[in-house]
Design a binder for this molecule. Structure first.
Ligand code: OGA
Ligand code: NI
Length: 357
């Protein structure tokens, strides 16, 4: 019999209850199980961001956005020590005693800095095999007072990391704009007051990794995601209807474009389905940085990319409406559901790709 636990965080269920079977609320229906034996090990493009031939960087990123929606970057400007320290404070945080981690626990989505588990524990039927700490990180001065003070170096190291990753995010948005033939400041200029958030994800070891997911298949609702992962594999990306495992490469970041770039590019670039799978033996840490617009920013296809031959695929909407829908409807329904509702006057809207087909 599967057990249930009163503990709030998954890592404590795993470590205290020493479960051999996962609790029943983590078991996914057969159609959503990861079929780990079918995952192919493959790679996504690895791009040197400071190749002296800038046009070459722009072309490679454009191609990666069209073909994969994902790429990795080296020579990205974030110092190795900043990355090492960030991973270390994330490990140290999740190794803190339960009562210390629970100080920031909340299932209230309106709380900006919080520790929680799964995705949205308030309304989901099936839980995801992860705990996380979510922190807003831009402007840092507005939020740093909310961040954990334990481990003691948390604020210093996390602030240094966030500042450095923001520079990278701005640079990537410029290159992505240029790769679409837009002014380099185009994407930056559409976001209103910029938002940067970071999640520190911890996926504990799982006795039955075939039955559950760390994060189920989803697209990212933001503009771009900059993912740092430790040495334990777990990220799967959808390519031509198959899941491919993207194994970690030290000191690189994995970049993916989010739903807002799909909209701004008028569908030229796709926000691609991905998921996190878990494994029996090793806990895994991943640290995505999400760069997004403010709630009142209006999203829509760039006018320069709308022509008689390529009419607008999406109507305009306020980013906040979209964000609320995703958090309330669940990760797996996000883009398709929202666009079909927002586009109900547009019968030519494309039939969006589905992760399970
Ligand atoms: C995410 C995500 C993947 C990972 O947080 O949106 O897709 O490997 N994470 O943790
Ligand atoms: Ni994601």
């Amino acid at each position: 019999m599967a057990v249930t636990s009163k503990r709030l965080l998954l890592s404590d269920i795993v470590s205290f209850d020493k479960i051999k079977e996962i609790p029943s609320n983590y078991i996914r229906p057969i159609s959503q199980r990861p079929n780990l034996q079918d995952v192919v090990h493959d790679s996504i493009p690895l791009i040197d961001l400071h190749d002296p031939n800038r046009q070459h960087v722009i072309d490679q990123i454009g191609q990666a956005c069209r073909d994969h929606g994902f790429f990795q970057v080296t020579n990205h400007g974030v110092p190795e020590s900043t990355i090492t320290n960030m991973l270390q404070i994330a490990r140290d945080f999740f190794n803190l005693p339960e009562e210390e981690r629970l100080k920031l626990y909340s299932d209230d989505l309106n709380k900006t800095t919080r520790v929680s588990t799964s995705f949205n524990v308030k309304n989901e039927k099936i839980a995801s095999w992860r705990d996380f700490l979510g922190i807003p990180c831009y402007p840092i001065e507005d939020y740093i007072h909310e961040w954990p003070t334990n481990p003691p170096s948390f604020r210093d190291h996390a602030a240094e990391y966030c500042r450095s990753v923001r520079v990278l995010a701005l640079e990537l948005m410029e290159v992505i704009s240029e790769s679409l033939g837009l002014d380099k400041d185009y994407i930056c200029g559409q976001l209103g007051k910029h938002c940067q958030q970071m999640a520190l994800n911890y996926y504990p070891p799982c006795p039955q990794p075939d039955l559950t997911c760390g994060l189920p298949a989803h697209t990212d609702m933001y503009v771009i995601t900059i993912l740092l992962q430790d040495e334990v594999p777990g990220l799967n990306v959808m390519k031509n209807g198959r899941w491919i495992a993207v194994d970690p490469v030290p000191n690189t970041f994995i970049i993916n474009i989010g739903d807002q770039v799909q909209v701004m590019s008028n569908g030229k670039y796709k926000s691609v389905w991905h998921r996190a799978v878990v494994n029996r033996d090793k806990g895994r840490i991943s640290i995505p940085t999400f760069y997004s617009p403010s709630s009142d920013a209006v999203m829509g296809p760039a006018p320069q990319l709308v022509t008689d031959d390529e009419p607008a695929l999406y109507n305009q909407f306020a980013y906040g409406e979209y964000y609320d829908k995703v958090w309330n409807n669940g990760l797996d329904k996000s883009f398709d559901t929202f666009m079909s509702e927002t586009n109900n006057s547009n019968d030519d809207a494309p039939n969006p790709s589905q992760p399970f087909s």
